[in-house]
Structures are given as C-alpha cells and as structure tokens.
Design a protein around this ligand. Structure first.
Ligand code: DGL
Length: 258
C-alpha cells in the first residue's frame, strides 16, 4: 500500500512518524505545503482549494490511501475530499474524538488553530459525547511558527505556554486534545505545565492507531519507499525531519502544485 500524507508543513510529520511506527510495511509519500503555510488562519474556501490540490498530487504519485495530517484541513475539507476522490481518506479529528469518547473523560480542553476552533468541528462533535460535561476551546496560533522555525527550546517558550494554557488551570480539565498536528512537538512542555492529572490526546497517535485497526495486517511492500515533497524551501524542515526520524536520510524534493 502507498500512503499519502499532507499537512501545511512540519506538523504532519508527527502523524508520519506514528504511521511508520505502527504500519512500517508500506510506502509513504509526504507532502508539506510550505509555500502556503499557515493553514490555521485561512478561510474554509482556501483550505479546501489547497487540500484538493494536495490530494490530487498524492494520488498522481500513486497513493491509494490519503491521510489528512492537518486538523484545519480535516475540519474544512474532509467532506469535499471524500466526495471528489475515490480512495479511502482518513482525518485527524474523527480519531481524536473517538479516543476522548472511549476515555470517559468529563471536562475536556481543545487547543487548535483559529480556523479549526472557529469551525466548531471538535466542539460540535464532543457535545454529542455522553460523559462530557464541559468543553473549553482555545486558539493557539503561535505554536505553529514556534514549531516551523525550530524555536521550542528557547527560554521564552515556557512563558508562551503559560499564557496560552493557563485558562485550563483556571477552569479545571481532565483531558486536553492537541487539535493541531504541530502541537505534539510541544507535548513535553504542555504536559509539564498541566501536570499528571490531565490526559493528553495526541491526534498523531490516535489517527495512526485507528488506521492500523481499520487496515489490519497489510502485506509488506517490496520497496518500502519514502518520498517527501515540499511546495517551497523551508529552513528548519530538514532538521526536524532528521531529528524526528532518527537520522534517516530522506531526499526532500521541492515541487510546484499551484
Ligand atoms: N498542522 C495543521 C493543523 O493541524 C495546520 C497548522 C497551520 O498551518 O496553521 O491544523
């Protein structure tokens, strides 16, 4: 099987990494739409348009399954992509919501991009979950450039985490959804800030679990090819890729899909 994954940039690598761990016997094509990043402050119409182009590119590369490794694109474009393309399409929101459902958690927080929060996709779905009593949503757009530019170890990050997440200390929660695929890169700091009593739902882990369950055992591909494409040069992408994939050397190609 050849699995196609797309995101606006580095974020989807968190999904790619989890998929490689759980389903190593497949070929992968990763597309980071770095020319048009960030998605998280763009309109539904624009994100749908980008997502169609990304999916078409991956299908042209021979992918037979598409993973929308971006919450913003999952919130806005999932329906359109399913109607338009005749391959299985997985999105990060469905798997996150079902993990929360299975956990029985009552007070849930969501952090995501402004577009994902404004779409109300998470909150509308979580409202239907029986155990949930309280839902608190918070936009954290600044987390995306921190990850894209490799700034997570800077001294000021703790202050940024504090300012963005203290709402969840004032209003007690027992679970937090990382509703943007860039955020798992900051998971250590987020966990440390919220403490051990808040369960973190990481969309990259949850989607890999649910794809594995749905696919079952896949036949081992002969080639195990991994292709990585970007729509523009990105200063930090290759460093992030190397550090997330234990120094595996990927050949990153810059392409134009506009
Ligand atoms: N990683 C993406 C998400 O999950 C988008 C981040 C961005 O480009 O703003 O929403």
């Amino acid at each position: 099987m050849k699995i196609g994954i797309f995101d606006s940039g580095i974020g989807g690598l968190t999904v790619f990494r989890q998929l490689m761990k759980k389903l190593p016997n497949n070929d992968y094509v990763y597309l980071g739409d770095t020319a048009r990043l960030p998605y998280g402050i763009k309109s539904r119409k624009t994100v749908i348009e980008y997502s169609i182009k990304n999916t078409q590119f991956l299908i042209n590369k021979g992918c037979d399954l598409i993973v929308i490794a971006c919450n913003t694109a999952s919130a806005f474009a999932d329906d359109t992509l399913r109607k338009k393309f005749n391959v299985p399409i997985f999105n990060v929101i469905d798997s996150g919501v079902s993990a929360v459902k299975d956990s029985g958690i009552r007070n849930i927080g969501i952090i995501a991009t402004p577009s994902t929060i404004d779409s109300k996709t998470y909150s509308n779905r979580l409202k239907k979950v029986k155990n949930i009593k309280k839902i608190i949503s918070k936009q954290c757009p600044i987390f995306v450039p921190i990850v894209e530019e490799g700034l997570k170890s800077k001294g000021y990050i703790d202050q940024i985490i504090n300012e963005n997440l203290n709402i969840f200390k004032r209003n007690k929660i027992d679970g937090l959804i990382l509703g943007c695929t860039h955020y798992p890169i900051l998971k250590g700091k987020i966990k440390k800030f919220l403490g051990p009593n808040v369960k973190i739902f990481d969309s990259s882990v949850e989607i890999a679990k649910s794809i594995k369950i749905q696919l079952g055992l896949t036949k081992k591909n002969k080639s195990l090819k991994k292709e990585v494409y970007l729509t523009d040069g990105s200063k930090y992408f290759k460093t992030a890729l190397r550090s997330m994939f234990n120094n595996v050397n990927f050949n990153v190609k810059i392409i134009d899909i506009r």
